[in-house]
Ligand binder design. Structure first.
Ligand SMILES: Nc1nc2c(c(=O)[nH]1)N[C@H]1C(S)=C(S)[C@@H](COP(=O)(O)OP(=O)(O)OC[C@H]3O[C@@H](n4cnc5c(=O)[nH]c(N)nc54)[C@H](O)[C@@H]3O)O[C@H]1N2
Ligand SMILES: Nc1nc2c(c(=O)[nH]1)N[C@H]1C(S)=C(S)[C@@H](COP(=O)(O)OP(=O)(O)OC[C@H]3O[C@@H](n4cnc5c(=O)[nH]c(N)nc54)[C@H](O)[C@@H]3O)O[C@H]1N2
Ligand code: SF4
Ligand SMILES: [Mo]
Length: 695
C-alpha cells in the first residue's frame, strides 16, 4: 500500500496546531507536528495523536438510532429525518415555536461545515430558546466587546510574540494552549518573552503549570480579579502613568472611569485578593511603564460571578496604558475569513442585552440565553416552556452548572434528538441520535480561531478518510434535517464552495481554497497590525471606556461578600489537563491510561487541619450535590481553595474506556444559580464547598 502525506491543522482545541499525517487508504501511520507551520512552529500535544482513535472508537455511534421501548434501535436516514422533522414540528404546533430548545456544544466552533449550516437550521426551527457552551465559557468577552467596541466578535488578542510584559489572570495556556488567544506552543512563546527581557506574571488561586514557568505568580482568592484590576487602574491614574497612545482622540469616558475606580484602594484590594498592597502597586507600575504590556484575563476570570466586570477592567487596563491596538499589547486580527466585517452593523443601533429569559430574567446576548437557565426553562410550565430539545455536539449534563438538574429535566421532554458521536450522559436521554463525522473525515478551515490567533495565518485541508459506511458528512446531515423541516427538496452547496465564495471579502483576497490546498502548510499572513479605529461599531464611533452596564454592577462588587460560609468554608475552582479535552476525549485509551487524574487538589495546611492525607478519599459537598474523590495534597493551591478537573464523570455504561477510572463530574457540584448577572455566564469558579474525610 502506498503511504501518503497529508497536511492539516488539529481542530480539537483552539490552538490550530499544524500536523503532518502519514496514512494509507484506511489507516493512520503517524501524526507528527509540522515544523514549518508559521503559527504552531512544530508544537503538538498528545491529543493530536489521538485523532485517529476518535475514528475507530468502538463505542462510536455510526447509525441513526431511535429509542424503541427504551432501547436504541438502528433506523434508516430517511426514517430518521422524517421522524425528527415531524416530531419537532408536532411539538411546535402544540406549544409554539419556542417549545423546541437547541443546545450547540463546543465542537461546533471547530467545524466550519457546521458553522455554515447551523444558521439555516436555527431559522427553520424559528425558536428563540437557544443555548450553547458560550455562556459556560466566554460570553463576558463578547459583552465587553459589544459595549466597549460595538461588535461582539471584535476581540482583543494578546500580541504574545512582541509583548514585553504579559499579565495572565485565570488562564493556564501552558495546558490549554490558549483560549480567545490561539497560541500553540505557549511554553516556547513564554520562553521567548523572557529571553527578550520581558516578564510573564500569573494571577491564579492555583500555582499552575503556566505559573511554574512564569517570572512571578501571585495566589489570588477566587472571584477577586475585578477588584485587583480596578485597583491597578486606580493606581495607574494616581501615579500619572495613564496614556491612550495611538488611540488618543478615539476614547470616551476616561474621567468617568477615573472616578468609578476611586473606591478600589490598594488596601481594599489587598484585603479582598490576598495579594500584598505593595505587590499590587508594583504590578501596576511595572505594567504601565513597560515598553509594551498586555493583560489577558480568561476562563478563571470569565466563568465567575464578576466575569463581565473582569473583562471590562482587563480591556480598560490595556486601554489606559496605551496597550490597545498597538504592538505588544492587545490587538485585533485581520483574518482571511472576516467574520466581523461580514456581520458588520455599522451605523445601525443595537440594544443590549437583546432580551431577558422567561423564568429568571437573565440576559440574552448573541441570540442565546445563558445555559444556566436551560433547566428552569424546561421545568417551568407556561408559554415558551422547552418541550423538545435538539443538541448538536454538546454534553450539558457534564458541562453545564448543576448538570444533573438538566439531566432530570431531559426525561420529561416530549422529544429529544442529539447529533453526536457517543451515547453519553446527555445523549442517552435522547429519543434519537444522529451520528456525526469526526475530524479526519472532514474538511478543516478554522472560521473562528483564525480570528483569535496571535498571528494571522490560513490553512485548509480536505478529509483524510471517508466516514464509516452509512455516516454522512455532518454538515450534510444538518442541511438535510433543515431541508426536511422546510420542505426544500435539495440542500445548498458544500462548505468548501461557500467558504471559497466568502474568502474574497476578507483581509487577504489572494487566499482561496485552491491556493491553501496548493500551499500544503499554512499561509503566513503576518503579525497582527493596528486597525481598530476603522472597525469600531459603537454609536459614536468611539471606544467606550466606561459603559453604564459595568458601572451599574460596581456596587455589587464593592459589597462582594465571599460566597464561603461556615457550612461551606472552601471555594472550589476547576482545572484543565493536557490529556483531556472537555468531556469527550476520555474514551481514547491512549489519553486516559496511567493514574486516575480526577483528584481534588487541597492545600497542605488545610489538609493538615482536616486530617486528610494524600490519596485519602475526600467527600466534597456543595449547595447542589456531593461527590467523593481521592485527595492530592499540594502547596500549589491557595489556602481555602480546592480544585477539581472539568470534563470527567462519564456514567460509563456506553463509553467503556472512560468508565475504566472512577471519576466524577465537577458539575455535580457547581450551582446554576451562581451566575454573572451582567453577562449571564455561569460562575463555575468560587463555588462554596465543604470537604471532609470520606467515611
Ligand atoms: N465546571 C466547569 N464546567 C465547564 C468548564 C469548566 O472549566 N469548568 N468549561 C466550560 C467550557 S469552556 C466549555 S467550552 C464547555 C463545553 O461544553 P460542551 O460543548 O457541552 O461539551 P463538550 O465536552 O465539548 O462535549 C461535546 C459533545 O460533542 C460530542 N462530540 C465530540 N466530537 C464530535 C463531533 O465531531 N461531532 C459531533 N456531532 N459530536 C461530537 C461529544 O460526544 C459530546 O457529547 O464546558 C464548560 N463547562
Ligand atoms: N488540554 C486541554 N486544553 C483545552 C481544553 C481542555 O479541556 N483541555 N479546553 C479548551 C476550552 S473549551 C477552553 S474554553 C480553554 C480554556 O483555557 P484557559 O482559559 O486557559 O482555562 P483553564 O485551563 O481552565 O484555566 C483557568 C485557570 O483559572 C484559574 N482560576 C479559577 N478561578 C479563578 C479566579 O477566580 N481567578 C483567577 N485569577 N483564576 C482562577 C484556574 O486555577 C485555572 O488555572 O481551553 C481549551 N483548551
Ligand atoms: S494543542 Fe490543541 S490543536 Fe494543538 S495538537 Fe493539542 S489539541 Fe490539537
Ligand atoms: Mo471553552
Amino acid at each position: 500500500m502506498t503511504h501518503q502525506t497529508h497536511f492539516r491543522t488539529c481542530n480539537i482545541c483552539e490552538a490550530m496546531c499544524g500536523l503532518i499525517i502519514t496514512h494509507d487508504e484506511t489507516q493512520v501511520i503517524s501524526i507528527k507536528p509540522n515544523p514549518d507551520d508559521p503559527l504552531s512552529r512544530g508544537h503538538i500535544c498528545p491529543k493530536a495523536v489521538a485523532l485517529q482513535d476518535f475514528r475507530s472508537d468502538p463505542d462510536r455511534v455510526t447509525k441513526p438510532l431511535l429509542k424503541v421501548d427504551g432501547v436504541f434501535t438502528e433506523i434508516s436516514w430517511d426514517e430518521a429525518f422524517d421522524i425528527a422533522a415531524s416530531r419537532l414540528r408536532a411539538v411546535q404546533e402544540a406549544h409554539g415555536r419556542d417549545a423546541v430548545g437547541v443546545y450547540l456544544g463546543n465542537p461546533n466552533a471547530h467545524k466550519f461545515g457546521n458553522l455554515l449550516n447551523l444558521p439555516a437550521l436555527m431559522k427553520a426551527l424559528g425558536s428563540s430558546n437557544r443555548y450553547s457552551s458560550a455562556t459556560a465559557d466566554q460570553i463576558p468577552h463578547h459583552v465587553a466587546s459589544i459595549h466597549m467596541l460595538g461588535h461582539p466578535m471584535l476581540m482583543p488578542i494578546p500580541d504574545v510574540d512582541r509583548t514585553d510584559f504579559m499579565l495572565i489572570l485565570g488562564g493556564n495556556p501552558l495546558v490549554s494552549n490558549g483560549s480567545m488567544m490561539t497560541a500553540p506552543g505557549f511554553g516556547r512563546r513564554m520562553d521567548e518573552i523572557k529571553a527578550r527581557g520581558g516578564k510573564v506574571v500569573v494571577i491564579d488561586p492555583r500555582r499552575t503549570e503556566t505559573a511554574e514557568k512564569a517570572s512571578a505568580h501571585y495566589f489570588i482568592q477566587p472571584e477577586a480579579d475585578a477588584v485587583l484590576l480596578l485597583a491597578m487602574i486606580r493606581e495607574v491614574f494616581a501615579a500619572g502613568l495613564d496614556r491612550l497612545g495611538p488611540l488618543e482622540g478615539h476614547v470616551e469616558g476616561v474621567d468617568t472611569l477615573r472616578d468609578a475606580v476611586q473606591p478600589f484602594t490598594l488596601d481594599m484590594a489587598a484585603a479582598t485578593t490576598g495579594i500584598d498592597a505593595n505587590d499590587i502597586r508594583r504590578l501596576a507600575h511595572d505594567f504601565a511603564s513597560s515598553p509594551s504590556a498586555v493583560c489577558y484575563a480568561r476562563m478563571g476570570a470569565s466563568t465567575q460571578s464578576f466575569g463581565g466586570l473582569c473583562q471590562w477592567a482587563s480591556y480598560a487596563l490595556n486601554l489606559i496604558t496605551g496597550n490597545f491596538d498597538s504592538e505588544g499589547g492587545a490587538m485585533f486580527t485581520t483574518p482571511a475569513f472576516d467574520y466581523v466585517g461580514m456581520t458588520s452593523r455599522k451605523g445601525r443601533a443595537r440594544t443590549y442585552p437583546e432580551r431577558r429569559s422567561r423564568v429568571s430574567g437573565q440576559p440574552l446576548y448573541n441570540g442565546e440565553f445563558p445555559v444556566s437557565v436551560m433547566a428552569e426553562e424546561m421545568e417551568t410550565p407556561g408559554d415558551g416552556q422547552i418541550k423538545a430539545l435538539l443538541t448538536v455536539a454538546g454534553n450539558p449534563v457534564l458541562t453545564a452548572p448543576n448538570g444533573r438538574r438538566i439531566e432530570a429535566a431531559l426525561d420529561d421532554l416530549d422529544f429529544m434528538i442529539s447529533v453526536d458521536i457517543h451515547i453519553n450522559d446527555t445523549t442517552r436521554h435522547a429519543d434519537m441520535i444522529l451520528p456525526g463525522t469526526v475530524a479526519l473525515e472532514e474538511a478543516v478551515y478554522d472560521m473562528v480561531f483564525h480570528s483569535f490567533a496571535v498571528r494571522n495565518t490560513a490553512t485548509y485541508a480536505r478529509p483524510v478518510f471517508d466516514p464509516p459506511e452509512g455516516v454522512m458528512q455532518e454538515w450534510e446531515l444538518i442541511a438535510r434535517l433543515t431541508a426536511r423541516l422546510t420542505g426544500a427538496n435539495q440542500i445548498g452547496p458544500s462548505p468548501e464552495q461557500v467558504l471559497n465564495a466568502m474568502l474574497p471579502a476578507g483581509y487577504h483576497p489572494d487566499v482561496t481554497v485552491e491556493a491553501m490546498l496548493d500551499a500544503g502548510t499554512a499561509f503566513d499572513l503576518g503579525p497582527l497590525v493596528p486597525n481598530l479605529t476603522e472597525r469600531l461599531e459603537t454609536h459614536d464611533g468611539q471606544i467606550q471606556l466606561a459603559p453604564q452596564v459595568f458601572l451599574d454592577d460596581l456596587p455589587r462588587l464593592m459589597t462582594h461578600a465571599d460566597s464561603r460560609d461556615a457550612q461551606y468554608p472552601f471555594a472550589m475552582i476547576g482545572r484543565r489537563q493536557v490529556r483531556s479535552h472537555n468531556s469527550w476525549t476520555q474514551n481514547s485509551q491512549r489519553l486516559v491510561k496511567g493514574r486516575n487524574r480526577c483528584t481534588v487538589e487541597i492545600n497542605f495546611e488545610d489538609a493538615k487541619k482536616l486530617g486528610i492525607s494524600d490519596g485519602d478519599d475526600v467527600q466534597i459537598s456543595s449547595h447542589v450535590g456531593v461527590v467523593t474523590l481521592p485527595a492530592e495534597i499540594t502547596s500549589a493551591m491557595a489556602q481555602g481553595v480546592v480544585s477539581i478537573p472539568q470534563g470527567w464523570g462519564q456514567s460509563g455504561k456506553t463509553m467503556q474506556v472512560a468508565a475504566a477510572g472512577r471519576t466524577v463530574s465537577i458539575n455535580d457540584l457547581t450551582d446554576d444559580k451562581r451566575i454573572d448577572p451582567v453577562s449571564g455566564n455561569a460562575a463555575f469558579n468560587g463555588v462554596p464547598v465543604q470537604i471532609e474525610l470520606a467515611s
